[in-house]
Design a protein around this ligand. Sequence first.
Ligand SMILES: [Fe+2]
Length: 210
Amino acid sequence: MSTTEPYQVKKFNLSALKGISDQTLEMHFKLYEGYVKNTNQLTEEISGLIKGGKVEQEEMPMYSELKRRLGFEYNGMVLHEYYFGNLMKNGGGEPRPSSSLRSAIEDSFGSFEIWKADFASVGKMRGVGWAICYQDPLTQKLSNHWTSLHEVGNVAGFVPVLVMDVWEHAFLLDYQPSERGKYIEAFFSNMNWTVVEERLGGTLVRAQNV
Ligand SMILES: [Fe+2]
């Protein structure tokens, strides 16, 4: 038995985005729900294996595999909540001049344009994964990173402030595989910069139910 409450699927009101169809979003929400379900299920199964205070030797291979999968499922759940949470209907544009987000970007990269070019280029890297802009809680600096699958490349302790899914399921119903750049521009045209700014300092939860 797990001693913690299971995670609940969060709802996101994202219909009528620009360049990302409702059909894509519906399919994507279902995939996200699978990560929530699997995170809860794995947590439950692992709790069952350790309920006696130790893992029996014959159960160790199963325990190891469940733990390995837990990182994949957990990050899949969390990153999708960041991703959907930084999109909005009627979003887009750029961070406001002299806003704290704009200042953080300019302090870290010199200009918004250089930061955006770096972030978009991370998103165009070959393979499936995520482009993530993190804030270092120690220096307050922002940096852009590539995360393979869901769990390889996350920077420990850094706060995700902007998260972009570049698995092909995020855009393949709307664009050709070779058109990832068009999807990335569509992603930016739906950006909720207010949420991104509120994530600075690590004070905003990664997603809120709507
Ligand atoms: Fe995804």
